[in-house]
Design a protein around this ligand. Structure first.
Ligand code: FAD
Length: 457
């Protein structure tokens, strides 16, 4: 390796999914002479973890449908992908990785000039007796195992730990496979990323589908049968029968390897990076995706929000900058969307609790309207909640829950939050209208008008 060369010779990527393979692809495209090598401990590359609940539900067919680009496709393009190969050591001074082949256990050294660290996140499994047998379903292989295990298990009992959007999506998938499902969470509401009033609609949707939601309920023990399979769980609210137990109680950035190599962690526990995805103090070392911090444009501090949308963009930024580009990742505002139990849900910017915790003043308004003109077939309820600065009217955040057609309206709100548009101006924004899509005033405009009435400036 010649680390003094003006053009990097060998780029190594740790982690073969959204962030890592985005970086690898763009770097290879921009500089075909660069040798690009990627290490992935699983069997797949560039898979859609986001599609896992739909695969488990049986909605999207085979698991291969979730693979955007296979290891062989990358190899054909000239990117050397090593699957079932785990990076177990990083020596930044010697520019060397220690990698272990998971089939056979052989270890070897691999050199690099530039490095992208994109190891993602892992599940936080509650530290209670019996939980060690539980398998989080964040990757394709465990999803395949779960899906096979569910065959012929209709009527059995499943328990999902954690009522975030991931827990709700998995609970819905299990219901659609014919199981009786209980969802527990220590919190007092589902989906902590929403305000309580909006989260209540999601709880209604889950319960409407038959999911038993038990809040303020802590897991205390997983009770196992003689084969070490779950048979029940003990909780702060009594025992619950459970033939399947799915941990979905949060994710933490996977940073041990980077920490051991001397890379810096931020207060969130994720890797600290600058806006070019560079790891401070380490030339030629980049990081992207679920394992890093991102700048929150409203809170004006780093956050660790684990979403595929950020991972892909940050990987692109890293890969571009490695090959002579000068691109900044502009930060995040907490935009997310999901479809859960026949309800669509989206959020962007600040929730009430985030604004309160950050000492940011706000006024708020929530409206109920219809997704299409009220008379048009398929019209259904939509709730839109907005937060605005009480004196300038700047839109600070929005949440939307509703039937089909509701959620992607969050992108209008995200654009307004991003640009700092005041709600007084937003209420007459030139948005499109036709009866199959909305009433003549779109619900986001109605909500803007309501919150604008409370702006005093
Ligand atoms: C069920 C589910 C649903 C989701 N739904 C959405 C959604 O709807 N929208 C959205 O935006 N996001 C969603 N996400 C989040 C999204 O999938 C992640 O944010 C995204 O995959 C992060 O990409 P990443 O490349 O940073 O990490 P990952 O996708 O986790 O990839 C990291 C890779 O690194 C590998 N790795 C780790 N350590 C090593 C090592 N030492 N050596 C070799 N390889 C290693 C891992 O095996 C993994 O394949 C969902 C996630 C899950 C689990």
């Amino acid at each position: 390796m010649n680390s003094l060369a003006a053009v990097p010779e060998r780029l190594a990527v740790i982690g073969g999914d959204a962030a890592g393979m985005s970086a690898a692809s763009v770097a290879h495209r921009r500089d075909p002479d660069l040798e690009v090598v990627a290490f992935e401990r699983g069997a797949y590359t560039s898979y859609s973890a986001c599609g896992i609940p739909y695969f488990v539900a049986g909605t999207v067919g085979e698991s291969e449908n979730l693979i955007a680009r296979s290891p062989d496709e990358f190899r054909e393009q000239g990117i050397a992908v090593h699957t079932r190969t785990e990076v177990v050591g990083v020596d930044l001074d010697r520019r060397e990785l220690t990698v272990r082949e998971l089939n056979g256990g052989r270890e070897r050294q691999e050199g690099f000039d530039q490095l992208v660290y994109a190891t993602g996140a892992e599940a936080s499994v509650p530290p209670v007796t019996g939980a060690e047998v539980l398998e989080p379903v964040l990757k394709i292989e465990p999803a395949e195992r779960l899906s096979s295990a569910l065959h012929g298990q209709e009527g059995k009992h499943a328990l999902v730990i954690g009522a975030s959007y991931l827990g709700l999506e998995m609970a819905e998938a299990l219901i659609s496979r014919g199981l009786e499902v209980t969802l527990i969470d220590m919190a007092e509401q589902v989906m902590g990323s929403l305000d309580t009033d909006m989260a209540a609609h999601m709880q209604d949707a889950a319960e409407g589908l038959g999911i038993r939601v038990r809040l303020s309920t802590a897991l205390e023990e997983v009770l196992l049968d003689e084969n070490d399979h779950p048979r029940a769980v003990r909780t702060s609210d009594g025992e619950i029968r459970a033939d399947f137990v799915l941990p979905s109680a949060g994710l933490k950035p996977l940073t041990e390897l980077a920490e051991a190599a001397g890379l810096e962690l931020g207060d969130t526990g994720a890797l600290r990076v600058d806006d070019h995805q560079r790891c401070p103090g380490h030339d030629g070392v980049f990081a992207a995706g679920d394992c890093v911090e991102s700048w929150h444009r409203l809170l004006e501090r780093p956050v660790n929000i684990k979403l595929g949308t950020h991972a892909n963009k940050q990987g692109w930024v890293a890969g571009s900058n490695i090959t002579g580009g000068d691109f900044a990742f502009p930060g995040v505002i907490g935009t997310a969307v999901s479809k859960i139990c026949h309800q669509e849900v989206g959020r962007t910017g600040l929730s009430e609790s985030e604004a309160r915790d950050a000492g940011i003043d706000y006024v708020t308004a929530t409206i109920r309207s219809t997704t299409r003109a009220a008379y048009f077939p398929g019209a259904g309820p939509i709730w839109v909640k907005l937060l605005a600065d009480p004196s300038s009217g700047r839109l600070l955040g929005g949440q939307i829950v509703g039937v089909e057609g509701a959620a992607k309206r969050i992108d209008v709100l995200a654009t307004c939050v991003w640009t700092g548009l005041p709600v007084q101006e937003m209420q007459l924004l030139d948005l499109s209208y036709a009866p199959p899509f909305s009433g003549v005033y779109d619900p986001v405009l109605i909500a803007a008008r309501q919150v604008a009435k409370k702006v005093t400036g």
